[in-house]
Design a protein around this ligand. Structure first.
Ligand code: ADP
Ligand code: MG
Length: 287
């Protein structure tokens, strides 16, 4: 562990890389994760540094959620080395540095709360025990809602929001903790197209602000404006890890240029020497 000033350094000027490289945010060497003693993901060697925006792709059941939940300590780390911010995962305690938006998560219909109240929950880990939101917390809550384009909904009941808007509230809640990395499990799945469009803009905006992100997704197109890297899982193993341009080349497709042009979402299975079929990129994974 290095000195850990945790400055809430989120301005637009935060784009330049620091002169002295801090430890990787996530560092895995031959890591496996699973449930009880069954490994679901294994042999993963992956370093993620500040400023990277990494998409994790892979068919259903390939272990994407298991991998990201493993990093959050939500399942069992079975072997290999895993470090977060330079600290071995077993000793890592500063979980507020990891923002998490779980898969298929909207708010329960029984929740009676305003958007601002939900986002306020994200401030709790930063308030110390007995903390009450102070003026600075309220400013951060409002700012987090603004980042996801919901500043004008702060005081509305979350039940009145669409699924896509609720997802954005949950992203705002994660952002409000000022995490150093934002881990999102299928943030755009199961929301209507208009919401997907907005979410895609939100992710691009976060990327421009220098937010490090790990995004599990089927909708590559929705996040393509933000990505710096693509990691593919198949059967619990990393089978591809390269830039979006490298991914486009591996796909061997003249249509995929790495910009948000048309991907092959409706084009049936693609064969690729490196990455395996990506036909699962087709939409329709409703919550
Ligand atoms: P993905 O997110 O890529 O669809 P998952 O990580 O959810 O894949 O699942 C990978 C495998 O792990 C599946 O075979 C699934 O049955 C198993 N699995 C997922 N969650 C659990 C759990 N809580 N307990 C036991 N096995 C699980
Ligand atoms: Mg999953």
């Amino acid at each position: 562990m290095t000195g850990d000033p945790r400055l809430p350094e989120r301005g637009p000027q935060g784009l330049a890389p620091p002169a002295v490289a801090p430890p990787a945010i996530v560092s895995m060497k031959s890591a496996s994760f699973g449930y009880a003693d069954r490994a679901v993901v294994s042999g993963v060697t992956l370093d993620i540094h500040a400023g990277e925006v990494v998409a994790i792709l892979g068919p259903n059941g390939s272990g994407k959620s298991t991998l990201v939940k493993g990093l959050l300590g939500l399942n069992d780390h079975l072997s290999g080395q895993v470090a977060l911010f330079g600290a071995p995962i077993d000793r890592f305690r500063d979980h507020a540095r990891l923002g998490y938006v779980p898969q298929r998560h909207t708010l329960s219909a029984s929740v009676r709360a305003t958007a601002a109240e939900i986002v306020a929950v994200g401030r709790l880990p930063r308030q110390g025990w007995l903390g009450r939101p102070n003026r600075e917390d309220r400013r951060i809550i409002q700012e987090s809602l603004a980042v996801v384009g919901l500043e004008d909904r702060a005081n509305v009941d979350v039940n009145t929001l669409s699924g896509g808007q609720q997802r954005r509230v949950l992203i705002a809640r994660a952002l409000a903790a000022h995490p150093d990395v934002l881990v999102m499990d299928e943030p755009t799945a199961g929301v209507d197209l208009a919401s997907q469009e907005v979410l895609s803009q939100v992710l691009t905006r976060l990327a421009r602000r220098g937010t490090t992100m790990l995004i599990v997704t089927h909708e590559l197109q929705a996040v393509s404006g933000a990505l710096t890297r693509i990691v593919q899982l198949n059967g619990g193993r990393v089978t591809f890890d390269d830039s979006p341009a490298g991914h486009a080349r591996a796909m061997g497709s003249s249509q995929t240029t790495g910009h948000d042009g048309h991907h092959d979402d409706e084009g049936g299975p693609l064969t690729s020497p490196a990455a395996g079929p990506l036909d699962h990129l087709a939409g329709g994974h409703g919550a």
